[in-house]
Design a protein around this ligand. Structure first.
Ligand SMILES: NC(=O)c1ccc[n+]([C@@H]2O[C@H](COP(=O)([O-])OP(=O)(O)OC[C@H]3O[C@@H](n4cnc5c(N)ncnc54)[C@H](OP(=O)(O)O)[C@@H]3O)[C@@H](O)[C@H]2O)c1
Length: 253
């Protein structure tokens, strides 16, 4: 006999969501809180958005924290704060990221300085946050780190070449970390195709939906689809680590 599934399977768990003020991150925050987790919402410039989101969440103990990718001192400061406040972190969702649209043929605009900035902020910043949280994740004994990557990591197409490289770096780090830090911490990437958010400045919603409609699934991926995939990584994909979960509606087929 199977027992009835728990209505709040994440009760008692603490989750940190970077980029929790953004489209995908906010959907993840809402779902994890609905499932019972206490959520730490990382934001960059969206303090007000993060605070309004926090105020609507069910449950208690949620926090909104300034967590810019490029400031390692703030990453370790958050880890110290959480060490005394809650002691462990059970879920880390790396959703923070940024990009800009540069045709892949335009290596004048994408000079080395800009390439390094995009790569280091997106991949290096995510590494720094994960590194800072690791002792707290290890203390949980059953933790999951999910990085919101992209099909750009392995298709080489996307808003610009450095962004593709940054997502490929996340995928590879996920493999290395999965190997290094199991069994207490599992590492996964969730890799969507275009999602209907304001992520790429200048990209039209019409384009996103047109691309989505042409896939076998027949629609674009939504922030809520990504959030459900993240949740599945925690609750259901219990033997998956060091790999990516592709949620692109069959875009590549
Ligand atoms: N939308 C897509 O088509 C798509 C497809 C594949 C993968 N992704 C990935 O999904 C993730 C979330 O994107 P989204 O679609 O939710 O876009 P979004 O709505 O623009 O959200 C981006 C989030 O990242 C945060 N952020 C940006 N720059 C940051 C920095 N320097 N330091 C810390 N946080 C920073 C933003 O914080 P503030 O708003 O507080 O400044 C915001 O919370 C990204 O990693 C992106 O690469 C998106």
């Amino acid at each position: 006999m199977h027992s009835a599934p728990c209505a709040t399977p994440l009760q008692g768990k603490t989750a940190v969501v970077t980029g929790g003020s953004g489209g995908i991150g906010a959907a993840v925050v809402q779902l994890l809180a609905a499932e019972g987790a206490r959520v730490i919402i990382g934001f960059n410039q969206g303090a007000e958005r993060a605070e309004s989101l926090r105020a609507t969440l069910p449950g208690q103990g949620h926090l909104a924290v300034h967590l810019p990718l490029g400031d390692p001192a703030l990453h370790t400061a958050l880890a110290s704060q959480l060490a005394s406040l809650v002691g462990t972190v059970d879920i880390l969702v790396n959703s923070a990221g940024y990009t800009t649209r540069i045709p892949h043929t335009d290596l004048t605009t994408l000079d080395s300085a800009l390439f390094n900035e995009i790569l280091l902020t997106n991949a290096g910043g995510t590494f720094s946050i994960t590194r800072a949280m690791l002792p707290l994740l290890q203390k949980s004994g059953d933790a999951t780190v999910i990085s919101v990557s992209s099909i750009s990591a392995f298709t080489g197409s996307g808003s610009n070449m450095a962004y593709c490289a940054a997502k490929a770096a996340l995928d590879t780090m996920t493999m290395s970390m999965g190997r290094a830090f199991g069994p207490s911490v599992r590492f996964l990437c969730v890799s969507p195709a275009s999602v209907d958010t304001g992520f790429v400045p200048g990209r039209s919603r019409e384009d996103i939906h047109k691309k989505g409609a042409a896939t076998p699934i027949g629609r674009a991926v939504t922030p809520e689809d990504v959030a459900r995939a993240v949740l599945a990584c925690v609750t259901h994909l219990r033997t998956a680590t060091g790999t990516r979960i592709i949620i692109d509606g069959g875009y590549q087929l």
